[in-house]
Structures are given as structure tokens and as C-alpha cells.
Write a protein that binds this ligand. Sequence first.
Ligand SMILES: [Zn+2]
Length: 377
Amino acid sequence: MRCIISIVLFLSTTAVILAQQSPIHIEISSSIDTSNSEISQVIRLLESYLNSKPDSLYLNPYWVESEQHQYKPYDLVANTWWSVSQYAWLSHCKINILSVSKFADTFVIRTMFYNSPPKDSGKVSVIIIFQTGARLENGSYKLCNVLPINTRFWKKEQVGSIKYIFPPDHQFNRVLAERMNRFIDSLAAAWQTPVAPVEYYFADDLDRVAKALGFDYYAAEGNIRGPGGYTDVANRIIYAGGSDEWYPHEFVHIYINPLFPNAHHYFLEGYATLVGGSSGHDLSWHLRRNYEYLHVHPEVNVLTFKGVDLHVYAQYFIGGLLCKMAEEQGGIPMIRKLMTYGKEDEDLYRAIQDIFGIDKEHVNDFLRKKLAEYATK
Ligand SMILES: [Zn+2]
């Protein structure tokens, strides 16, 4: 999984729980016509929803029921790209409804989460602007995802288990799509896991996919980057930009991550990079590229290196190197073993000690030696 937005929320669980107990108030932009009863209804609906523990999984009375059965978590924009639900911010920010627009029989609400300093300096820090839909269900408005609304004119193609959803200006490449489908069949066979449907949203630009999902503004929007994406493993949805019908890395996550819920992320990312590449390049490319930097920077700890390329951290190429060496040692059974040690740093060191016989003090030297060996092969 390639988290485009690496935002860590420094929130304590206690703070979030306390926040959920006090009412969430929203501001409404003065330009919104609240004299319109439907607009007024959907704004109140959103406020009720924000006060209903929206990051908890239960049958929420404010959201259309069919989506709650289809997706878990069902609020897609809130649960994509964040390490926790975006509603963890609720108690730490101000909330402003910027607009409510009507498209056919559906409303789209644009909401901004922001902060302003205690002493008003005029500075406003926008955290996110996102869209939420609202449509009638059994005579009353309920909230819904905007993804189906924003992609209603996108093309859809089914190839094997993959449902491709992409902008209408894209010329579908069936040859690549079939290659992707064969990759999945062989991956699933190798890991003895069943093939299951996946929704794959992709466009030439990740921001375009983010907008379709409902991110009107998000941190790091607009940055020039290589191919990237995010996998919603629970809902079996992939969002990708700068890529095409062939994007094996995220599909590896869809199939492998659920098999190993306690695996260290170095091995999950590493294996995805080993068999699916990352940012449009294969593992060998990343090994060579990072080796060029690291061999003239002996002071850097390889295991925690941020990487030469934006968003391609050590877990991708060092994780990939560890998986490659393990695979050469014992094939998929050895990779399977790597995935069982646990999520913590100590688990990573324990796995390296067990599989490669290297103690913690010598891991950096070992990895530098192996990196040099594999980068110059
Ligand atoms: Zn990944």
C-alpha cells in the first residue's frame, strides 16, 4: 500500500472518546441559501451524522443502508488515505460547510475541517475539504458516498475479477488489463487464496481520482509524483493515479495483506514491491537508485532511510530486498514465515535474526552488504 498522504494524527484515544461525548457544532457559510428547506435538511443531517460517532461501525441511521451493507467501512472518503478515520479530527478542528449543490436528485455537501490559531492572526490552516452526498431513501434524506456520483460518466470495463473504472477520455487497453488479470490468477494460485472481485479506479493523475472519491482539497495535492495509489483492502477497492490497467503492486496488497493481519509493514510493502514494483519501477531499479546514494552516505541507517524518491521509503526497497533473499532461501513458505513475526520494530529484528541469522547490532552492516551485492548484480 502506498499511502500518498503520510499524515499521522497525534491524538490520544482518550481525547477522541471525550470529544465524541460533547456535541459537534458546524459553521455554515453565509452564502448558502439555508432558506431552502432541502438544503437546510441535508446540513442538519450532516451535523447529526458527525455527532453519531461516524467512525464507529454500526447501522448508522443517517447513512443510506445499502452502502452500509456494501462497504465496511462505508464512508469511503473518511477512511481512505488516513491512518485513522478523518473524523478523529472532529474535536481538534473547526468545521465549516462551504456549499451544498444539487445534481439531479442528489445533494453534494462540501465540508472543510480547519484550524485557526487561538489569537487570531488571520491565518487559517485547512486540513481537508471533502464532499458528502445526500439522497432520498424511503422519503427522507440520508448521506451517501460521492464516488458513484462523481464517476457516473466514467467508463467501466470488467476483465476477469477486476472492474476497471476510468475517465471517459482514456482509451482502454484490454491487452494490459488481461495481463493484469493473469497476474492476479497466478498470484492467487501461488498463495492458495481465492480470486475475488476488485474495483479499480484509475486515471492519469492521482488528484483526479482523489477528487472523484470526494477529496476537494487534501494535503500534498498537486505534488508531482510518479504512479501511486491506495488500496482499501477491507472493501477491495484500489485508487490509482499515473498508472494504467497494469498496476500489480496494489493488487498484491489486496490479496496478501488480509492473509497476514499481523505482518510487519516492511514485509507487506517489500513483497508488493518485489513482485509488483513501486512508482512504476521494479525492485532492482529501486535497489540500484538507493544504493548509489547510500554507498556515499555511510552515516545513514539503511533500515530507517527515507529513500531517495518521495514516498519510496526503506520498507519498499529494503523490505523488498529482505523478501527477495527470503524467497531465494525458501520460496513462498519462507515469505509466509516472514509475515508471521508481528508488527513492531522488535518483530522486524527478530525476523531478520531468525531467517538470516543477523543480530540487531549488525543489521545495518548486513543490509548495506546485501544492498551492494544485489544493486550491482
Ligand atoms: Zn504498497
